[in-house]
Design a protein around this ligand. Structure first.
Ligand code: DGJ
Length: 701
C-alpha cells in the first residue's frame, strides 16, 4: 500500500494514496479521526475480465498503464511515440497541499499533479503541469483534471445568448457524456460546471460533488461510466489539432479544476463555493465594499448617444438612487451601429466633440462614479486600427473567416497588438475619471490562428495578461466581465474582474431561474442584475416594477432602461426598492445564500442569512398551484433563536381574515417554527414576489 496523504479543510478530510503511478483519491468526506489505512483498504475494488490486476483509477489515468477509458493525458511525438507510463518521483506535502511528481524518462515526460484543499471552505483544486524532457517536440492532445465520481445523477448546465445558465438532469448508465466548447470563450451553451450527486439529490439533500473548471477558452467536460462500471469526470482544455506542442524543457500547466463536496445537496456546495470565491478567487477585494447601484445606458439608448439626453438620464438615475453611471457601447469613434468602430478607443468626435469630460463631469457632479464600456479584444474592418493593420487579427492568411457581430478578434498573442490595445485602454483610463470598465467580448473565435498555428490557448492567456496589466496600472478601476451577457463567467475571469454580467435578458421570470443556477457557484455580489424596461427587450414579456426590482435586489443591483419612459409612480417604486437594496446590501453581499424548497413548481425561493438577520424571497413565476399556497418553510436559520419577521412586500393585505404576517404586522417565532410551520404567504399573482425580513432577537437568558 502506498503512502497516504491527508488534507483537511472546511470540516472535510481528503485522503490521497500514492500508487505505482499517479495518486488516487480514496476518501473525501467528514473528518476522519485516524483510520486512513482502513479507508485505503476499503478503496480496493474487485476486478475480473479486464486488464490483469484491474485498470488503474487515479487522478491521472494513462492508457500506457492499462487504462481503457478516457485517459487524463494523451500526447505523441512525430516519431510515433505515444505511450507514457509515469512513475512516482516524489510527493511533498505543505499544509493542505500536496505536489506529486511523476516521470517517465523513456517518454521524456514529467508531470506534477497538485492537489489542494482550502482550509476554510473545503473547496479542492486540482492542477497538473506537464514538462517535455525529451529532445523532440511533444504534442499534447489532451491534459485534464480527472476525478472519480461516486454517483451518476448529473446536474448539467447549458444555455444560449439571453438564456444563460439553464440546467438539466441526466443519469449516465453507460458510456460517455461530453460537453464541449470550441467558441474560444467560456461559452453560453456549455459553461464548464457540473454537479454529480446521489440519485434524486436536491437543493437541500444528498451527496453531491460540484465541479468548476476555471478556464475562459475552449474546453471539454466529460463524465464516463467505464466498462467496469466505475465513474469518472474530467475537465480539460480542448486543443485544436497541433495547438499545444512543447519544445524541450517547455511545460504546460492545466487550468484549475475546482471541486467541492457536500452531504446537503447543492446548498451545501454553495456554502463552500461562496466563501471560497469571496476569499480565494476575489482575494477579499469586495469584502465590506458596498456594490454601487449601476445605471447602464445600453437598453436606454443603444447606439444613439446624445450628450443632452445622456445628461438627462444621469439626472434621473441619480434622483432614483443610482451611484454609478456606465456609458455602454456607442461612445467611441465611428460607431453608429455594430458594424464599425471597434479598435479605435477614443470618443467619437461627432457625438462627443469635447471628449467624454463634459459627461464625466456632469455625472460626477451628481455624485455618481463613471464607468465605460470597452471591447478591447475586437476590431471592425471599418476602423482606423484595421485599416492600418489589417493583419492584426486572429485568422489564417488567405482564408476568409466567418465573422461574429461583424467583427474580428485581435491577435493579442502578438506583442505589438497587445501593446497597442493596452496603451489605448491605459490612455483612456489615465485621461478620464473612469473608475469602472464594462469589459465585453462578443464573438466566437472561429479561426483562432496566429502565425499559421492554432492559438486559442495562447489568446486566452493573452486576454488574462491584458486585463492583469490594466488592473496593475489602474488598481482603483473595477472591471465587469461581460461576453454577450454571461458568455465568459468562470472563476479564472473572476480572479481579475469584479462583476459578471449574467445575461442580456432582464426579464425577471428568466432571471429568477438563471439566478438559481448561477448562485450554486457564484455569490450574489458579483451577479450583475438590472431593472429594465416594463416589457423586456429580449422576451417582450411585461413585468411589474416590484417583480423586476425584487429580482435584481438579490444580486449587484442596477438599472438599465430609459427611466424617462417610466411613470412617476414607477420611478418612485424603483427609488424605494433601491433604498431597500442599500439598506440590505451588506447582508446580501456577505450572507449565506440558499435556494429554498418550495412545493409549487411555478415558484422559486431564496434566502440570504447573516448572523443577525435574513432576507427571504418567494417569487411566483406562473399561476400558483393552490388557493392557499404552502407556507415558505425557511431552512437554515438558527433553530433555537427567535426572529422578528416582517413582510416587506407585497403591500399589506387589508383582509382581516388573512394571517397577521400577511396583514403587515411583525411576528416573532423561533428558527425551528419558521422551518417547520413556515411563513404564511400572501395570494401572489403570477409575476410577483413576497419579500420577508427577519431579525434575530436576543435569545432568552
Ligand atoms: C453585449 C452586452 O451583453 C450588452 O450588455 C451590451 O453591452 C452590448 N454588448 C453592447 O454592444
Amino acid at each position: 500500500m502506498g503512502d497516504l496523504y491527508r488534507l483537511d479543510g472546511g470540516g472535510d478530510t481528503l485522503v490521497l494514496q500514492q500508487t505505482a503511478g499517479a495518486p488516487r483519491l480514496i476518501y473525501w468526506g467528514e473528518p476522519l479521526t485516524h483510520d486512513l489505512a482502513g479507508a485505503a483498504a476499503l478503496a480496493e475494488r474487485v476486478t475480473r475480465g479486464t486488464i490483469d490486476g484491474g485498470e488503474v483509477f487515479d487522478l491521472f489515468p494513462e492508457a500506457g498503464r492499462g487504462f481503457t477509458g478516457q485517459p487524463a493525458f494523451e500526447c505523441h511525438r512525430d516519431s510515433g511515440d505515444f505511450v507514457t507510463q509515469l512513475e512516482p518521483l516524489s510527493a511533498v506535502q505543505d499544509g493542505q497541499r500536496v505536489v506529486f511528481r511523476l516521470a517517465d524518462p523513456k517518454a521524456g515526460v514529467e508531470v506534477a499533479v497538485t492537489v489542494e484543499l482550502d482550509q476554510q471552505s473545503g473547496v479542492a483544486s486540482f492542477r497538473s503541469r506537464i514538462l517535455n524532457r525529451g529532445p523532440t517536440p511533444l504534442h499534447l492532445d489532451w491534459a485534464a483534471g480527472a476525478l472519480p465520481l461516486a454517483f451518476d445523477d448529473l446536474l448539467l448546465f447549458d444555455g444560449r445568448w439571453a438564456r444563460e445558465f439553464k440546467t438539466s438532469r441526466q443519469r449516465l448508465p453507460a458510456g460517455m457524456l461530453v460537453r464541449e466548447n470550441r467558441t474560444g470563450r467560456t461559452s453560453h451553451h456549455s459553461p464548464p460546471f457540473m454537479v454529480a450527486g446521489e440519485p434524486g439529490f436536491s437543493e437541500r439533500n444528498g451527496e453531491t460533488l460540484g465541479l468548476h473548471f476555471a478556464w475562459s477558452g475552449n474546453h471539454r467536460l466529460l463524465v464516463e461510466r467505464m466498462r467496469d462500471g466505475r465513474l469518472q469526470a474530467q475537465a480539460g482544455e480542448f486543443f485544436w489539432p497541433g495547438e499545444l506542442t512543447l519544445g524541450e524543457g517547455e511545460a504546460y500547466e492545466t487550468p484549475i479544476l475546482y471541486a467541492a463536496r457536500s452531504s446537503t445537496g447543492t446548498n451545501g456546495l454553495t456554502s463552500r463555493f461562496h466563501p471560497f470565491v469571496r476569499t480565494r478567487i476575489l482575494s477579499d477585494r469586495l469584502a465590506g465594499k458596498p456594490r454601487p447601484v449601476n445605471f447602464d445606458t445600453w437598453e436606454a439608448v443603444y447606439f444613439r448617444h446624445d450628450l443632452a439626453e445622456l445628461k438627462a438620464l444621469a439626472d434621473l438615475a441619480a434622483e432614483i438612487g443610482a451611484e454609478r453611471f456606465v456609458l455602454d457601447d456607442g461612445w467611441f469613434k465611428g460607431r453608429p451601429n455594430d458594424t464599425a468602430g471597434l479598435g479605435d478607443w477614443t470618443p467619437d468626435p461627432a457625438k462627443y466633440p469635447d471628449g467624454l469630460t463634459p459627461l464625466v463631469e456632469h455625472v460626477q457632479s451628481l455624485g455618481l462614479a463613471f464607468g465605460l464600456w470597452v471591447e478591447p479584444e475586437m476590431a471592425n474592418a471599418d476602423s482606423d486600427l484595421l485599416r492600418r493593420r489589417p493583419d492584426w487579427i486572429l485568422g489564417v492568411a488567405g482564408r476568409k473567416q466567418p465573422l461574429g457581430r461583424n467583427q474580428y478578434v485581435l491577435d493579442l498573442t502578438r506583442p505589438e497588438v497587445f501593446e497597442n490595445i493596452f496603451e489605448q485602454i491605459h490612455a483612456l483610463l489615465a485621461g478620464n475619471a473612469i473608475s469602472y470598465l464594462k469589459w465585453d467580448m462578443n464573438r466566437d473565435l472561429t479561426h483562432p490562428a496566429s502565425g499559421g498555428r492554432p492559438a486559442a490557448h495562447r489568446q486566452t492567456l493573452a486576454v488574462y495578461a491584458l486585463i492583469d496589466r490594466v488592473r496593475a496600472a489602474h488598481p482603483g478601476v473595477e472591471i465587469e466581465d461581460c461576453s454577450s451577457g454571461g458568455g465568459r463567467a468562470d472563476f479564472e475571469m473572476l480572479k481579475r474582474t469584479d462583476r459578471v454580467w449574467l445575461s442580456d435578458c432582464n426579464d425577471p421570470i428568466e432571471r429568477q431561474a438563471m439566478q438559481k443556477a448561477f448562485t450554486i457557484f457564484f455569490p450574489p455580489e458579483v451577479m450583475g442584475a438590472h431593472v429594465a424596461a416594463t416589457a423586456d427587450h429580449t422576451t417582450g414579456r411585461r413585468a411589474s416594477m416590484d417583480f423586476r426590482a425584487m429580482t435584481a435586489l438579490f444580486g449587484h443591483m442596477g438599472i438599465e432602461a430609459d427611466v424617462r419612459a417610466f411613470t412617476d409612480s414607477e420611478r418612485a417604486a424603483l427609488k424605494r426598492w433601491i433604498g431597500v437594496y442599500k439598506t440590505h446590501r451588506a447582508l446580501i453581499h456577505s450572507g449565506r445564500l440558499s435556494r429554498q424548497p418550495v412545493s409549487d413548481p411555478a415558484a422559486l425561493a431564496f434566502m440570504i442569512a447573516g448572523d443577525t438577520e435574513a432576507l427571504a424571497s418567494y417569487a411566483q413565476l406562473q399561476v400558483r398551484a393552490n388557493v392557499s399556497p404552502d407556507p415558505l418553510r425557511l431552512k437554515g436559520l438558527e433553530p433555537d433563536a427567535t426572529y422578528r419577521i416582517l413582510m416587506l412586500a407585497p403591500a399589506a393585505s387589508p383582509t382581516a381574515s388573512d394571517p397577521v404576517l400577511v396583514r403587515g404586522e411583525a411576528v416573532q417565532a423561533s428558527g425551528q417554527a419558521i422551518a417547520r410551520t413556515g411563513l404564511p404567504l400572501p395570494p401572489l399573482r403570477p409575476g410577483s414576489v413576497a419579500l420577508f425580513h427577519l431579525t434575530r432577537m436576543d435569545q432568552d437568558p
